[in-house]
Design a protein. Sequence first.
Length: 333
Amino acid sequence: MKINFQHKQAAHCENGVTSNLLNFYGLKINEPLAFGIGSGLFFSYMPFIKLNGLPVVSFRPWPGLIFKRVTKRLNFKIKFEKYSDKNKAMNDLDKYLQNGTPVGMLVGVFNLPYFPTEYRFHFNAHNIVAFGKENNSYFISDPVMENIETLSYDELLKVRYAQGTYPPTGRMYHVVQPPINYDLKAAVIKGIKQNCKDMLEIPIPLFGIKGIRYMAKRARKWDKRLGEKKASLYLGQIIRMLEEIGTGGAGFRFIYAAFLQEAAGILNIDELNSLSTEMTQAGDRWREFAFLSAKNLKKRGNEFTQYPLLADILIDIANREEKIFRRLKEIIK
């Protein structure tokens, strides 16, 4: 049994799952639109929460929020479930598939057998879609992979119940009813407004633009405060989140820039194209930060790649993104 589900590769798993599931139900939403309507651009630095013993740095909102926001703003009815009973989790999945319903799931990356070894780590918020089952194997659409993959019953069960930080505990979700009607312009506007709020208005200085500046302030003195070895681990954590986890910070800026181009046409606001260019430039600065940080870690740096200069780049990024989102806020208002 195999549902006629179209697999398309995407830069980021939740964007890809959202786009592919909505496309299945006849609503052609590409990855940039899914990301923008879902207000997917974010930043948080939480030194009091540890991932693999290092402070959490995130360039995305809480897992699942993009899908929830997009479907709500486009009038889809959806259902989220999690299970303490593993057998029920797998039995319910089989029932949905038998009824012709593709199912999104959160899984752990570390034990995905089709992932290259160098990309396996303990990250439990990866999104995939199951869209069929045959001979005790499941057909899997993993948006970060080029082709359709398969997982055995035991392999899928293992990744659905991965251990560690934020265990997925069998979480899965599916569309209950596609929209009778929807307003794409209104959804785009809501997505932009939410992103402006997330990046500019959260009062706690760990999130959005304030969070970037807070991390910059701490990073400026990491080598002196933590010692060179621990400082390198902290810096390496940022690079990994920037360049290896999903799409990462720079990549998300490029996707959001593409969304602003889409939004310019949908809303007939040409200035969004200029802000798209500025967002691409912010993404370039994040890439530059990652490159110089890597030189620092490999001891190939010079006076231009030390911690104070890296902190200066983060401040510049924060200034650029604040300017973009304040202008966006004014335009949408």
